[in-house]
Design a protein. Structure first.
Length: 275
């Protein structure tokens, strides 16, 4: 079971997993290299454990220990306990949610295994803001998409802010990395997917009119420029959200929610009524 370690000095324990948490560039490089990510808050830690992700250690404030300790009772890991001032010294910020957990990163699965049996897959291509990535995962989970593929030029779904904004759903939704949309195109087509890029294009079909015969892979592009020409060339169709009052587009996180709901709804309407 987990064992508590009282921390009185920053030299008392090995804190590499928890230091420099506000240095985005450094953490973005270090965490994948070391095979670790940070789960922030009791709820996110609980969701990670529910989905079979193994913890390395926990860093917790004294008043949160009674709530956190039972969660990791089955894991032989250190539970570092410190006062709030010491926590801020270690992490570099005020820990509002009482606890951080260093978790082992799960291995990346083969894309073909991730999409097997799926009806709606979301592909994130070039979205670099961690908040947006987290929000997209939350929409995927809440609105009924089945899995996510994310290109190498996109932000890390397991970065602390992504995990927090996703409400931990990034630990629940099946996902994996792909080099580019072109790299996954063959696997998607072999599985019967229509690849639909969400973009402002002259030939784009309104989502209200879009219908695919079979599963759909919906591709979301970057915050600034959307999908580039290379990505669009890998798509079988281009779709657009119908807008009003001179507004031509939505933020990618909001667009992901609208488009996921629209495609899932059209799929449900097309399903035969067996009642």
């Amino acid at each position: 079971m987990g064992y508590t370690v009282a921390v009185k000095s920053i030299e008392d324990a090995e804190f590499d997993d928890y230091t420099n948490l506000t240095d985005v560039a450094l953490r973005r490089k270090q965490e994948p290299e070391r095979g670790v990510f940070i789960a922030e808050s009791k709820n996110v830690l609980a969701r990670a454990l529910e989905n079979g992700i193994e913890p390395r250690s926990v860093l917790v404030s004294e008043r949160w220990l009674p709530q956190i300790e039972p969660l990791v009772a089955d894991h032989d890991i250190p539970i570092y306990v410190a006062d709030e001032q010491m926590l801020e010294t270690i992490t570099g910020f005020h820990l509002h949610r009482g606890a951080l957990a260093a978790m082992h990163r799960p291995p990346m699965a083969d894309p073909a295994d991730i999409i097997a049996g799926c009806r709606l897959v979301i592909i994130i291509d070039g979205v670099v803001d961690h908040t947006n990535v987290g929000a997209i995962f939350r929409s995927v989970a809440g609105l009924g998409a089945d899995a996510v593929l994310i290109t190498d030029r996109s932000a890390d779904p397991l970065y602390r802010r992504s995990v927090r904004v996703s409400m931990g759903t990034v630990l629940q939704v099946p996902w994996t990395r792909i080099g580019s949309l072109h790299d996954a195109r063959e696997a998607l087509h072999d599985a019967g997917f229509t690849i639909a890029g969400l973009a402002l294009a002259d030939d784009a079909v309104s989502l209200t009119d879009f219908a695919a015969d079979g599963p759909v892979a919906l591709v979301l592009g970057s915050e600034g420029h959307g999908l580039d020409r290379k990505a669009l060339s890998a798509c079988d169709a281009t779709v657009v959200i119908p807008m009003m009052h001179g507004v031509d587009s939505l933020n990618v996180a909001a667009a992901s929610a609208v488009a996921t709901w629209a495609v899932r709804n059209s799929m449900q309407e097309a399903e035969p009524d067996h009642g």
